[in-house]
Design a protein around this ligand. Structure first.
Ligand SMILES: Nc1nc2c(ncn2[C@@H]2O[C@H](COP(=O)(O)OP(=O)(O)OP(=O)(O)O)[C@@H](O)[C@H]2O)c(=O)[nH]1
Ligand SMILES: [Zn+2]
Length: 209
């Protein structure tokens, strides 16, 4: 078992079930839904579902601080906004285990060093691949960046569609849920927040490389 999974298991005092126990749980749900888990078309489904869960929730075995640990300090004194826009993610809401799908826009103001830009997208991916609420995921991403890079400020906007609202329950399609979090200079300086929001909304300039 991976160290991060072990840590989460230790903190929550939950024993991680075996692959066979997880597959059995899927067979139970299929039967509960009203179908026969032993029929031809469903016989391999528990194995596939467990494999899919491994992908959906692989963020439990990854460490965001580790992803942000390699920084570069030769940046000629660059000290303005570094922003990644339109980081697509798929997550699952912790209330219904149904997908919520959206985009994250993340920016930071470097102090001494910068981080490889892919690592910011990796942090989004790590937290998205866990059971989440949008608010928690927003706060966690910002906290990880602040902790690892100690920037002068971090800004994050997440927009997402929650399928637990569009496929069931209230059945409202295409509702966007928007969350934002600002720290440091982004929190204390409204003009910086406004610049961030402008950059989120700015046309892409037709780049699609
Ligand atoms: N704040 C927040 N709520 C969420 C998120 N994802 C899902 N939810 C909401 O979680 C709530 C759970 O409410 P409950 O009343 O316990 O569950 P429910 O009976 O299935 O609720 P309905 O979805 O209204 O049918 C619902 O209002 C969901 O829309 C999220 O990321 N953040
Ligand atoms: Zn939900």
């Amino acid at each position: 078992m991976d160290a991060v999974v072990k840590k989460i298991a230790r903190e929550s005092a939950v024993k991680r079930p075996s692959q066979e126990e997880a597959e059995e749980a899927v067979r139970t749900l299929i039967a509960w839904a009203g179908d026969d888990p032993t029929r031809q078309g469903l016989i391999d489904t528990p194995k596939r579902v467990v494999k899919a869960y491994k992908e959906f929730f692989k963020g439990y075995s990854e460490d965001p601080l580790q992803a942000l640990s390699r920084t570069f300090d030769e940046d000629e004194g660059y000290d303005d906004i570094v922003m990644l826009r339109d980081i697509e993610f798929n997550s699952h809401c912790e209330h219904h285990i149904v997908p919520f799908i959206g985009r994250a826009h993340v920016a930071y103001l470097p102090s001494d060093s910068v981080v490889g830009i892919s690592k910011l997208a990796r942090v989004v991916e790590i937290y998205a691949r866990r059971l989440q609420t949008q608010e928690t995921m927003t706060a966690q991403i910002v906290k990880a960046i602040d902790q690892a890079l100690k920037p002068r400020g971090t800004a994050l906007l997440i927009e997402a569609v929650h399928q637990c609202m569009s496929l069931r329950g209230v059945n409202k399609r295409n509702v966007s849920t928007i969350t934002t979090q600002f720290t440091g200079e982004f929190k204390s300086t409204p003009a910086l927040q406004a610049r961030f929001m402008e950059l989120v909304r700015a046309p892409s300039g037709g780049f699609s490389l």
